[in-house]
Design a protein around this ligand. Structure first.
Ligand code: SF4
Length: 215
């Protein structure tokens, strides 16, 4: 009797898992192709719950698994829009990954401020740095995830909003963490991904940094 009940529970759980996967895939494809975001909180919840199975399933069917991260980032960008727009420029930070740097980057690593750009103009960060100073948005080049968390939690004045630049999977994780820390995040994907010499859309980053402000 016990084994029979257990068997039924396992079958019901397996069916529920498959149904949830199918719903998640349908919603992700719908959002991705139509650019219309429906049931945002439900989709985020299912993505958080089934992140790895969803990615593996897409990879099995030879579909780019980053589609899941992309949908997640677009939903969070939409959900965070108003809170982000209401923050002052001085309360915003721009977090850049170090993979944008040139392989000849002369910048030094500071334990407090991360990698300090010397504006040598060998990569796009050299253009972004003076623009951020003019805007009053603090810019950091992050040497890793621990540094990013430290900036968002302990930098003073405490950041209320962050523009994160990264590949889609890192944006998905970073925006989730920012949300847990109570910081409104906007994500901008790299235009060329990789470990070195990655590229960005400078205009898109600046537009995000200025979002909701006239300056
Ligand atoms: S512009 Fe800044 S980050 Fe880029 S290579 Fe030069 S010093 Fe390094």
């Amino acid at each position: 009797m016990f084994v029979e009940t257990l068997g039924k529970v396992v079958v019901i759980a397996a069916i529920a898992f498959v149904v949830l996967l199918a719903i998640a895939l349908f919603l992700c494809f719908f959002i991705f192709h139509t650019k219309r975001i429906i049931f945002p909180n439900l989709v985020l919840f299912i993505i958080s719950l089934l992140y790895e199975p969803l990615r593996r399933l897409l990879a099995f069917f030879r579909i780019d698994p980053n589609l899941i991260d992309r949908v997640s980032v677009e939903i969070r960008n939409m959900l965070n829009y108003q809170v982000f727009s209401d923050t002052a420029l001085e309360d915003r930070v721009l977090l850049l990954p170090q993979c944008i740097r040139s392989t000849d980057c002369p910048a030094k690593l500071s334990s407090l401020d991360g990698i300090k750009c010397m504006e040598c103009m060998k990569c796009d960060i050299g253009k972004l740095s003076p623009m951020c100073k003019e805007l009053g948005v603090r810019m950091y080049i992050s040497p890793g995830g621990t540094f990013t968390k430290r900036i968002l939690l302990y930098n003073r004045p405490k950041p209320k909003a962050v523009v994160g630049v990264a590949c889609y999977p890192n944006l998905h994780e970073g925006m989730l963490n920012a949300n847990l820390m109570g910081v409104a995040a906007q994500g901008v994907p790299l235009t060329t991904t990789g470990c070195v010499n990655t590229t960005v859309d400078i205009d898109e980053i600046l537009n995000k940094c200025k979002m909701g402000r006239s300056r």
